[in-house]
Design a protein. Structure first.
Length: 224
């Protein structure tokens, strides 16, 4: 079974490549991916699906291509699979062409679920890459929270009027009672990052500098 899909983003190709080169970022796309453990030659991926198996994962990377080889060669159940990302930069956007190949048990079920994961994945990909864009520091050489934010869940992503921001910040404070929560706010030309921890504002910014229409992304580790 082999299927091909495309994703698009306005982020530059080097940012997209860094994102796709970290297999931890891919875990959130497939609910049956339960855990990832780094090994000497790659990773061990624990999958709980129609069957529960541990798969061996290795990565091959070139200038514009990243391929994850996913295999199980021992035991009664054998699986041969790969995820291949081809990164195609254009003048004003980056296109990612994903090819998923799977040979193993329940191929017909896997194909149907792949369609569902793609529809869900389009939104995850967009939110993750947007969070890097909003979070990016204006000062050259300033430290970045990009990797931390990418590993966090997106609790909220919305476009609102500035007069509605109080409600979002109150909810962020509640979410932060037992964890750390980032609120990323942008009006398209300026951005503000707020960090909440234990129900309190830990670091803030100048909200008065923002325009009336804003995009808000809330990232955190809140459990379901």
């Amino acid at each position: 079974m082999e299927v091909t899909y495309e994703f698009e983003t306005t982020r530059p190709s080097n940012v997209v490549k860094d994102y796709l080169s970290d297999p931890r970022n891919l875990m959130k796309y497939v609910p049956s991916f339960k855990s990832l453990k780094e090994t000497e030659n790659g990773w061990e991926l624990q999958v709980s699906w129609m069957i529960t198996v541990t798969l061996r994962v290795t990565m091959q990377k070139s200038r514009d291509e990243i391929t994850y080889l996913i295999k199980k060669t021992e035991g009664l159940v054998k699986i041969n699979s790969y995820l291949r990302f081809i990164i195609l930069p254009t003048r004003d956007r980056t296109v990612v062409r994903l090819t998923f190949f799977y040979k193993g048990p329940f191929e017909r079920v896997a194909k149907r679920q792949t369609e569902e994961f793609y529809r869900r994945g389009v939104e995850i990909f967009k939110r993750d890459l947007e969070s890097v864009q909003v979070e990016r520091k204006e000062e050259r050489g300033a430290p970045s929270n990009a990797k931390l934010l990418l590993n966090m869940r997106t609790l909220l992503s919305t476009q609102i009027g500035k007069d509605q921001l109080d409600e979002v910040l109150e909810q962020a404070m509640l979410w932060s009672v037992n964890s750390q929560v980032f609120v990323l706010i942008s009006d398209g030309s300026r951005r503000v990052e707020l960090r909440f921890r234990n129900g309190d504002l830990e670091s803030g910014g100048d909200l008065s500098s923002l325009g009336d229409k804003i995009t808000v992304i809330v990232k955190g580790d809140r459990a379901d």
